[in-house]
Design a protein around this ligand. Structure first.
Ligand code: SUG
Length: 447
């Protein structure tokens, strides 16, 4: 093997809560004003990271952000000391305070789009932090995401960290949640698959009627240009607008790919036949035999997929070349989905193992196993250049569990967001974390 995929999971931040901020994400809307347990959320995520590390998968950790984001509140006119800013925002605009307090950076599939060096014109690994322009609470993530990526991938001659795309609806970019890379070996050239929800400029393309299409065609095309990807190794596809209207707000809620496998729902894409044929043909040029696994609607409906997050799974290649599907506990609770999953290993494809994790705290905001991780495929030399303090180990796991246990609350209700102590708790925790993970000073309060 010349390359490896590392999964960088978002460590859930201390302000994890349910504010119903994501119109079009049905779990977020359904659970608005529920009581959150940030400590449990972080420990659930860490347990998944550690379990996958123990199984031999390469696992990294992506640090959370400083919240509430006082600078954003100030930019919206709230003034005074930090605690006065929070008090005023909670009185006058609690929805804005909630947006500025979200721990949404945990869903690192939305942190950036990543192109491995084997695919890019200058043979560097390219990262474009996502502008997440469709939702205010997420649009404030990219500056710190960029600084964290710089600290995680410090060698500029190997790793190019771009600015986010222009913060404008025409270039709405949701990062790797709408990007999949197919390949033979992770270190050799692959085909990058970009799925968009709608075009911002081309009125002939259909668009969803009920919920927003967060990723635009034009954003995907801009990332392709920036990363120096070759047209012969890129496939673009439009997500089916009806599925967006059914709650599929990112492609990773309806499809997941890895290696030569695409595991997808029958209704995921418009022009499905063209998309599959193009993937097959472009992969064949790289001597990779494409192996799509289509889940028919009569086995699992789109509603079942949205409710269970079957496709928001991680598809991981084990050392023997076979694949493990990592799904959330919710899949076991849906009889049709579970029946399908139990039949999958016997179908004779590459996926012959299912692992189930309890990620309920994140799931209640619409974030499953795939949302929580950013995949970065690297060569051995590049792996050696990653900041070692962000890589999962027995020691880091122990340190992070201890850190979460000491700093996180086990209950966060909507009214708690007005408590300015939360900001101090978050800053104290993050100051310690930056030393633990050797991240420098990426946060506004440290600058
Ligand atoms: O952007 N939820 C996130 C979930 C992101 C899931 N990511 C992927 N599918 N890759 C979102 O909708 C809800 C926050 C709240 O309502 O409090 C939220 O932001």
């Amino acid at each position: 093997m010349t390359g490896r995929e590392i999964n960088f999971d978002g460590l859930v931040g201390p302000t994890h809560n349910y504010s119903g901020l994501s119109f079009g994400n049905v779990a977020s809307t359904r659970n608005v004003k529920s009581i959150a347990n940030p400590r449990e959320a972080a420990l659930q995520g860490l347990a998944k990271m550690k379990a996958l590390h123990d199984l031999g998968f390469a696992q990294g950790v992506f640090a959370p952000h400083e919240r509430p984001d006082v600078a954003s509140l100030r930019s919206l006119g709230f003034s005074g000391s930090d605690s006065e800013v929070i008090a005023r925002a909670s009185r006058e605009a609690p929805h804005i305070l909630a947006a500025c307090t979200s721990a949404s950076a945990m869903w690192t599939a939305n942190a950036a789009t990543v192109s491995p060096s084997a695919d890019t014109a200058d043979s560097r690994v390219h990262f474009t932090p996502a502008n997440l322009n469709n939702k205010f609470h997420r649009s404030i993530e990219h500056p710190v995401t960029g600084r964290l990526l710089e600290a995680m991938f410090p060698e500029r001659e190997r790793f190019t960290i771009h600015e986010a795309l222009p913060a404008q609806m025409h270039f709405g970019d949701e990062g790797a949640a709408n990007h999949t890379r197919f390949c033979g070996d992770y270190g050799t050239r692959g085909v990058e698959f970009f799925v968009y929800g709608a075009s911002a400029f081309d009125g002939r393309l259909p668009r969803p009627q009920r919920f927003p299409a967060r990723q635009t065609l034009e954003a995907s095309q801009a990332v392709i240009r920036r990363h120096g990807l070759s047209e012969s190794a890129v496939v673009l596809a439009q997500q089916h607008p009806d599925t967006i209207d059914a709650g599929v707000f990112h492609n990773d809620v309806i499809a997941v790919g890895n290696g030569n496998v695409l595991f997808y729902h029958e209704q995921a894409f418009l022009e499905s036949d063209r998309v599959l044929a193009e993937l097959e043909e472009k992969l064949a040029r790289l001597n990779v035999v494409f192996a799509p696994v289509c889940v028919p609607a009569d086995a699992v409906s789109v509603a079942d997929a949205v409710g269970s997050y079957l496709f928001n799974s991680q598809l991981l290649t084990r050392e023997n070349g076979r694949m493990t599907l990592v799904v959330p506990e919710e899949c076991r609770r849906n009889a049709r989905v579970w029946t399908y999953l139990e039949s999958l290993p016997a179908q004779g494809g590459a996926i012959d193992e299912i692992k189930v994790f309890d990620l309920t705290q994140s799931m209640q905001n619409g974030g499953g196993p795939a949302c929580l991780r950013l995949r970065v495929a690297l060569t051995q030399d590049e792996i050696a250049a990653v900041n070692p303090a962000v890589m999962m180990s027995e020691r880091l796991y122990g340190d992070l569990v201890d850190w979460v246990t000491r700093h996180y609350r086990d209950r966060l209700a909507p009214e708690d967001l007005a408590d300015s102590e939360l900001l101090n708790e978050c800053r104290t925790a993050l100051d310690e974390l930056t030393r633990l993970m050797n991240l420098g000073n990426p946060y506004p309060f440290q600058r």
